[in-house]
Design a protein around this ligand. Structure first.
Ligand SMILES: *[C@@H]1O[C@H](CO)[C@@H](O)[C@H](O)[C@H]1NC(C)=O
Ligand SMILES: *[C@@H]1O[C@H](CO)[C@@H](O)[C@H](O)[C@H]1NC(C)=O
Ligand SMILES: *[C@@H]1O[C@H](CO)[C@@H](O)[C@H](O)[C@H]1NC(C)=O
Length: 436
């Protein structure tokens, strides 16, 4: 219901570019200036230890709003979004009173603010900045994008030596972090030859679950630049794998992409795209040009633009995060009109505060305004953290069956499914393995 409320609130809100609005900013609450007055956006919010939240100091009457350091806290987009999302507050309170399994409830906005219930005091990290950006979190990305099949193609020719290789590796790791167990992936490196970074995964795509992502990260770390780069063979190989996967009806189906990471492409590569991806352009090609040099920018741009992708240049490590995130806008989940909202359950993870195994339930929020309806404008993602222990309590063994909750053990996580909700993976009726 949080998702629908957010949509209705947006529907009834007219954007006001001169809006003045005070809100509880979680960084500034309870902060006073030299004259003992509360600072702007820093009103008093009484916090009390709460057993339900590991005795953290919280305020269960109000949610409050966090922003990453690089987002201006009075930007009109932020003010309008925060104002609009105030409508969620009573819903959060009501949910909390009705459902004892819920812990944190939140709304991550596409503009970058994060409304969290219950309200807390947010502390800057050790560098004095707030780097937490809700839009980079797995639950946000998984709810905001459709399942995808991704092949990362990385240039490891001699010219990539040094800083370029470091940036390329970090780019791959950042792309891997945007993937979840709904997605499929492989990584191909090329110089004079095509190398699968994991030779056992030759010619296939594997599930982008945590094990595989971590395994890939280790292998990527070992890559070394040498030789001459010929991108054609690697791209051709990628198109073949994606086509086979698509024709077998596996994987993300509607979203297939090649992420090409290189410092330039020189040979005649047009024919490969023409032969394997045109005219349908079923595979989007995103290109990341590594380094400051722009000699080859036109070629790399051409590849992206002619294959429904997106081109970015990454010259420093600091550019990586933001540039990688751009592709997610292109692959944003299309809005399904008059259809149930897509609920996603994230992979289980260990909450470091409570040491409980948690899962996040998240759902995208789209604008229902007439003028944006057809484009499916994503307003953000609502989410809630639920300890698996609590869910297991709700689902005693004797009740399990096709109408019960089901837990499927994967290597180091759990996939959770409920017949009333769209399962994360596979068919809920087919899941019957119980893990306790
Ligand atoms: C926009 O916000 C300003 C300041 O809050 C307010 O005075 C004004 O009436 C608002 N305009 C509309 C059209 O609501
Ligand atoms: C939350 O903070 C507000 C504002 O300071 C206060 O009025 C309210 O009582 C607090 N709620 C709780 C449960 O402490
Ligand atoms: C939006 O479109 C619907 C159906 O076409 C129409 O009934 C409604 O009045 C429209 N709303 C606005 C605010 O224009």
């Amino acid at each position: 219901s949080s998702s629908l409320s957010a949509e209705d609130a947006d529907l009834n809100h007219e954007f006001n570019s001169s809006l003045v609005f005070d809100y509880y900013n979680s960084l500034l609450i309870n902060e006073k200036d030299g004259n003992d007055n509360y600072v702007e956006l820093g009103d008093e919010l009484i916090l009390e230890p709460n057993e339900h939240f590991n005795n953290l100091l919280v305020n269960t009457t109000y949610s409050d709003v966090q922003l990453p350091t690089n987002v201006y806290n009075k930007d009109p987009d932020i003010l309008n979004g925060v104002y609009m999302s105030e409508a969620l507050n009573p819903i959060f309170v009501d949910n909390f009173q009705r459902d004892p399994t819920l812990t944190w409830q939140y709304f991550g906005s596409s503009t970058g603010f994060f409304r969290l219930y219950p309200g807390i005091k947010w502390m800057p990290d050790e560098n004095g900045v707030i780097s937490f950006d809700c839009r980079n979190r797995g639950w946000y990305i998984q709810a905001a994008t459709s399942p995808k099949d991704v092949i990362i193609v990385v240039d490891i020719s001699g010219s990539m030596k040094g800083l370029r290789m470091t940036i390329a590796k970090y780019t791959i790791i950042t792309i891997l972090d945007t993937l979840g167990e709904n997605d499929f992936v492989n990584i191909i490196a090329y110089n004079d030859y095509v190398h699968y970074v994991e030779p056992c995964f030759k010619g296939i795509l594997v599930q982008a679950d945590r094990d595989n992502r971590e395994h890939f990260k280790q292998l990527v770390d070992e890559l070394q630049a040498k030789g001459v780069g010929t991108v054609n063979k690697a791209v051709l190989e990628s198109f073949k794998i994606l086509r086979e996967f698509r024709e077998a009806g596996q994987g993300g189906l509607c979203n297939q992409a090649i992420m090409l990471i290189t410092d330039g492409a020189v040979e005649d590569y047009e024919s490969v795209f023409e032969k394997y991806n045109w005219p349908d352009r079923k595979v989007r090609v995103f290109t990341y040009l590594i380094g400051r040099e722009v000699t080859f920018a036109e070629n790399v741009k051409w590849i992206a633009c002619n294959n429904k992708g997106y081109y970015t240049q990454i010259s420093t490590l600091a550019d990586v995060q933001e540039n990688v995130m751009e592709y997610l806008h292109v692959l944003s989940r299309p809005m399904v009109i008059n259809h149930d909202h897509d609920i996603i359950w994230t992979e289980a993870y260990m909450d470091t505060q409570s040491l409980l195994l948690m899962t996040t339930v998240a759902m995208p929020v789209f604008s229902k305004k007439n003028e944006t309806r057809s484009h499916g404008i994503l307003l953000g993602v609502v989410g809630s953290d639920v300890p698996l222990r609590e869910l297991l309590k709700l689902a005693p063994r004797y009740k399990l069956g096709v109408h019960g909750y089901a837990f499927l053990n994967t290597n180091n996580g759990y996939i959770l499914s409920h017949p009333d909700l769209r399962p994360l993976v596979g068919d809920s009726d087919a899941l019957s393995t119980v893990v306790t």
